[in-house]
Ligand binder design. Structure first.
Ligand SMILES: [Zn+2]
Length: 339
């Protein structure tokens, strides 16, 4: 069996006529979640029903086979199961079973609880393909309560100084987390129209979000504002009176980054696994071979090798899995009577 990961064709297993998260249109593509760097308008799409809703906001008339979480389907000779990834609404890890081999492709995933989603749970597999966005040791993300405290402290300080608090985050996923964390804290949460449209989809999918409103022409009065990170480059910057901006992103902990979309403050609110979460997840899958992808792939592979795991960055050309690499996962057993 051979596999590869490329930007254009995504993750592919040789002999299986589908790809995962391909960057270019393919005949049959599995899409792990609706973020633009993972989704293309394939001729035929497999994804969760929630991801289909989000994709439908961007593209009309898609050919989608929507598969609920944990339901296994036969797809061109393989068994495919989508598992909760805890990243954004509808995000899924993809478990492929072909022959005797189980391959788990995480896509973007989160191993911590968020205010909106349950964390991703590891499953046993032979081969793990794991994202490595925040794998460097400095990425240790706070829990939900700590994030909520930081956000509320920012809002209070901004208002006390006569500023309008503006929290920024990506329109799908992060913005809804911010809105949820600020529920009940102020009467009105004003949002960008794009964020409002995605909040509506979250509600249609059964997620409980507080009311959000889009300001008409002119600055929103009172309350607080949630915007996409790039709003300072749009006319929305002019429509908000005395904005004080807080960017919410895991990149807040990246020592190498200087500016964050001209923000006054940053809070490390992330919907990805952090460094420890990635390692613990890989260990719990008992995978005989691990491939890392995105971000700090080299670094994560090195960290995992230090933990005794056979790991390397995902190959961007066809690479054969040797029999020794695709070893069956080993389930550790505990002797309950052992003192
Ligand atoms: Zn994502």
């Amino acid at each position: 069996m051979r596999l590869r990961l490329t930007q254009a064709a995504g993750f592919e297993v040789e002999g299986l006529p589908f790809c995962i998260d391909a960057g270019r249109i393919q005949p049959l593509g599995i899409i792990t979640h609706a973020h633009t760097d993972h989704a293309s308008r394939h001729e035929s799409i497999v994804c969760t029903p929630e991801t289909a809703l989000l994709l439908g906001e961007r593209w009309k008339r898609l050919t989608v086979r929507a598969i609920p979480y944990k339901q296994t389907i036969k797809l061109e000779g393989a068994r495919v199961t989508l598992l909760p990834a805890g990243h954004i609404l509808g995000s899924a890890m993809v478990l492929i079973e072909t022959g005797d081999t189980r391959i788990l492709f995480t896509g973007d995933f989160n191993t911590r609880s968020s205010p909106l989603h349950a964390p991703a749970e590891p499953v046993h597999c032979d081969v793990l393909v794991i994202e490595s966005t925040f794998s460097r040791p400095e990425f240790v993300f706070p829990d939900v309560e700590r994030n909520r405290q930081m956000m509320r402290a920012f809002v209070d300080a901004a208002r006390a100084s006569g500023y309008t608090p503006v929290l920024t985050g990506y329109a799908v996923g992060k913005a809804q987390q911010i809105v949820k964390l600020l529920a009940g804290y102020h009467e009105t949460i004003w949002v960008h129209p794009k964020i409002d449209a995605f909040c509506d989809i979250y509600r249609r999918a059964g997620i409980d979000l507080p009311e959000t409103r889009v300001p008409a022409a002119g600055a929103p009065s009172g309350g607080l504002v949630v915007m996409p990170p790039n709003f300072t480059r749009t006319e929305w910057r002019q429509r908000i009176s005395r904005p004080r901006v807080c960017f919410c992103s895991g990149w807040a902990l990246d020592r190498g980054r200087g500016s964050f979309h001209r923000s006054d403050q940053i809070i490390p609110l992330s919907d990805h696994a952090d460094a420890r979460g990635l390692v613990e997840f890989a260990q719990a899958t008992c995978a005989g071979k691990v491939y890392t992808m995105h971000g700090s792939a080299l670094e994560l592979a090195e960290i995992l090798r230090g933990e005794g795991i056979d790991a390397q960055p995902a190959p961007d050309h066809w690479q054969a899995l040797r029999a020794a690499e695709a070893v069956q996962y080993s389930v550790q057993t505990l002797d309950l009577f052992d003192s």
